[in-house]
Structures are given as C-alpha cells and as structure tokens.
Design a protein around this ligand. Structure first.
Ligand SMILES: CO[C@H]1CCN(Cc2c(C)cc(C)c3[nH]ccc23)[C@H](CO)C1
Length: 288
C-alpha cells in the first residue's frame, strides 16, 4: 500500500521543498546538443510523472537526470512515453505540434524514500488518494475521486515554478471546467503556429484541462520550462495531481500583463489512467 501521499510540512519555517516535497526537475543532456529542463512530480518511490514532449524519440535514459533536491541528482533507468503521444501526428491538418497524450513516466535507478523533503503527490484513483480524501471503502471509487477533485466549475489549482537555485514558488491558476471551458479552449487557435488550423478539435482533445486568462482572476502562465510539472489541487491538507503541464498559447513568462487569450493546456490525469495503471502496476499504489 502507498505511504502517505500528498502530505507536506507547512509550519512557518518550513522550506520550499518541505512544502512541495513531490517537486522534481528533469535535466536532459544530449551529447553535443546542450541541456533541456522540465519539471515533474514524484508519484511513487521509483517513478516521476512529466510531459512526453520533454524528450525526443531517440533520447536515452543515461542522458536524463532527476534533481530531487538542491545538488541531489538521481540517475534514470527508464523513459516511458505514452504510446499515443505523437507530436507530428497531425501535420497533415496544419498542426505543426500536436500535444495529445503528452505524458511520460521516468523510472529512477534507486528509490527515493519518503522524507520531509521528498514524498509522492497523490495520484487520483489509488488507495493512497482514497485515504487522503478520507473516503470510506464503499465510496472509494474513481468516479467519486473525479467528482470531488475535478468538479465542473472553475477550480482552484496551482503549479510550482523553480525560482533560483533552491526556491520553489506556487502559482495559483483556475481550471475552467464549467461554462468557461469553451472560451478557454477556443483561444488555443490564437497560438501563432495554429493560425492555419481549420477545426479546434484538431488541436484541443478531451485529454486537456484549460487554465489562464483574466476571468474570473488573472492567472499566471506556465512557461516552456514549467512543462511536465503537476497541476495540483488541495483537499483538506492533502495534495492531489489532476494535470500535467503540456503547452501554452504564448510563451509569455514573467510578463506582468499577458493577453487574456494566453491560455495553458494540461493533460488531465483522469484521461490517462489505463496507461498509468499499466506502467505503475508494480508500485503498490493500489489503483482502484
Ligand atoms: C505549436 O506551438 C504552440 C504550442 C506550444 N507553445 C510553446 C509552449 C510549450 C511547448 C510548452 C509550454 C508549457 C508553454 N507555455 C507557453 C508556451 C508554451 C507555442 C507558443 O510558444 C504555441
């Protein structure tokens, strides 16, 4: 069974890592091609969940390290991209980059034991999440988790951005799950590279959650460098992963006033559960 997922230390003097103990940074160093960074979340002692687009099809595990703390880098022995992820899959429809199923799991060579600064984030539809939601066994179903964690309205969530060498900053966003979902998704075609796209459905699929914009509040935007990080929702004092940061309309990081159509899109964890279940079957997470 899973230890206590999504648990944090939040007393006044707690460090950023004690407040966000699931947060990791993924570093890909390609021979003669420099370095690429993404974010990710610890979801079990051996596995990190991130975005598939952080990797190229010919990337190899030895080129990847996972920073689980300042100056603490772990080696990787496996990269598992979602089988339906295909960045070039809709070029024929004027979609230069197609982010559907943009998720990947990275397996660490050695387990990261739970500690005040390293602890997995709760994946929905697991026994650990049911315990963290304090649900009785008869109400511990995946549908109940989805009803509680992803209600069809504007939903408070957050992602975490590294600020400097050992600082992590929580950025609050609102997932547009109610009647604002349509307008949020429609702004996808404001992305310059999608100017020739004919139908919104060619870019935005049911796998995505949408955030950003100025209504009802001004949301911060996720930068390219935030790719792969978790979209987190809180239930009581526990934390759950409902999304993986995938792509955004404009790369307007750190700009104080991004345009209202600068939306960000995240893969909905509930929409890739069969793949997660398959890849994490030996992690004793107790998928429902
Ligand atoms: C096909 O291009 C469109 C989709 C990808 N966008 C890049 C991008 C990625 C890849 C990932 C994250 C997290 C981003 N946050 C903001 C932009 C952005 C470009 C815009 O730059 C437009």
């Amino acid at each position: 069974t899973m230890g206590l997922c999504g648990l944090t230390y939040e007393f006044k003097s707690a460090s950023d890592r004690e407040r966000n103990p699931w947060h990791v940074t993924i570093i890909v160093t390609r021979p003669e091609k420099g370095q690429e960074r993404c974010q990710g979340s610890l979801v079990s002692p051996y596995f990190v969940l991130t975005a598939a687009h952080c990797f190229h099809v010919d990337d190899q595990a030895p080129w990847v390290t996972v920073e689980v703390g300042p100056r603490v880098q772990r080696k990787v022995d496996g990269l598992f991209l979602h089988p339906q992820y295909n960045l070039g899959g809709r070029r024929d429809r004027g979609v230069p980059e197609f982010y559907d199923y943009d998720v990947a799991l990275v397996r660490l060579q050695t387990a990261v034991p739970p500690s005040p600064t390293t602890r997995p984030l709760c994946l929905p539809c697991t026994e650990g999440a049911s315990r963290a939601l304090r649900l009785p066994p008869d109400q511990s179903t995946c549908d109940e988790h989805r009803r509680l964690l992803l209600p069809e309205k504007n939903l408070d969530a957050f992602f975490v951005s590294p600020r400097g060498p050992s600082e992590l900053q929580r950025r609050p966003v609102h997932l547009k799950l109610g009647e604002q979902r349509g307008p949020c998704e429609a702004d996808a075609l404001r992305a310059p590279p999608y100017a020739k796209v004919v139908a919104l459905e060619d870019v935005v699929t049911p796998r995505f959650l949408c955030s950003g914009g100025t209504e009802p509040y001004v949301d911060p935007n996720a930068c390219r460098g935030d790719s792969g990080g978790p979209i987190v929702v809180t239930w009581g004092k526990r934390y759950f992963q409902v999304g993986v940061i995938s792509w955004g309309v404009l790369d307007v990081c750190r700009q104080p006033r991004a345009p209202a159509f600068a939306r960000d899109f995240h893969i909905n964890v509930f929409e890739v559960l069969p793949w997660l279940r398959g890849q994490l079957q030996d992690e004793d997470l107790g998928f429902l």
